[in-house]
Design a protein. Structure first.
Length: 280
């Protein structure tokens, strides 16, 4: 998507991070991906053996480049988790592919980077408990399904009640907002949800999906949250996590504003706030 290249250019040109801090991620390995996805699905993705129906469900055509991008997106979230555990905050300038299930992809998501990264951090002995804070406007259905029954990874999703996916999975905490919800309603719900999620999860690491698609002019969002409201959302998530002593790995997740510059503005503000808190 165009927004990813534009966001990287914006971050690089802004000077808010050192050039050396803009790293190219290693691709996630089969072992990494296998902690969240089954081997049959991984083999068929790698070989280009998905059915036409499976490709349609993902939403874009198979290619070797698609596989490489998807592996690197998960690798980037793993790297962001490691960096956050070292530095407090870190970001993957893509990621947030929360519609991918263990055995299939959907909604422009091939591999579930949040589940992959959370389990990688556990496997590496870095943390025992993780909280996933999903503020994309669409429910993190794949994440909820993959991690259902795993008490060590807490899933929290705040999303549109009537938006995709139309069959919702069950997260540890789901907050569903009606169409047209604006800044006040959104932020009040998020405040309550964050307090509950941080208390119940007892986590040592947060993965934050900072989707820009609750924005009032998003083509797929159906909510009415302003840019200022989304900046307040980011500040709330980052400050609450910092107050709880939680490192935060940030991913960008969805964003489909009518003007791509608005999407880039919102994602850039997320990164800027994380950098400002790190500096402070």
């Amino acid at each position: 998507m165009q927004k990813y290249a534009l966001l990287r250019e914006r971050v690089a040109s802004s000077g808010i991070v050192a050039p050396a801090a803009l790293a190219i991620p290693e691709p996630a390995s089969d072992a990494d991906l296998g902690r969240a996805h089954n081997a049959h699905y991984l083999a068929r993705v790698q070989a280009g053996a998905l059915t036409a129906q499976e490709v349609r469900r993902i939403g874009f055509p198979w290619s070797p480049g698609m596989v490489e991008r998807s592996r690197r997106s998960s690798g980037a979230t793993m790297a962001a988790c490691r960096a956050a555990l070292r530095d407090g905050f870190a970001a993957n300038l893509a990621g947030g592919t929360h519609h991918a299930y263990a055995d299939h992809g959907e909604g422009y998501c091939v591999f579930n980077d949040s589940a992959v990264a959370a389990r990688a951090m556990q496997a590496e002995g870095r943390v025992r408990r993780v909280v996933i804070i999903d503020c994309d406007v669409h429910q993190g259905n794949g994440t909820a399904a993959i991690l259902a029954g795993d008490p060590t990874i807490y899933t929290f999703s705040i999303h549109g009640a009537k938006n995709f996916p139309f069959h919702k999975e069950t997260s540890d905490l789901d907050l569903a907002l009606e169409d047209g919800a604006g800044d006040t309603e959104y932020l009040a719900a998020l405040d309550a949800g964050l307090c509950q999620a941080l208390e119940e999860s007892q986590a040592e690491l947060a993965i934050y999906l900072a989707g820009s698609d609750p924005f009032e002019d998003d083509k797929l969002g159906r909510l009415k949250v302003s840019k200022a409201g989304l900046a307040a959302r980011d500040r709330m998530v980052l400050e609450y996590c910092r107050g709880a002593g939680l490192p935060v790995a940030i991913t960008m997740a969805g964003g489909y504003a009518r003007n791509v510059a608005d999407t880039v503005d919102i994602h850039f503000e997320t990164v800027r706030q994380a950098c400002a808190l790190s500096a402070g």
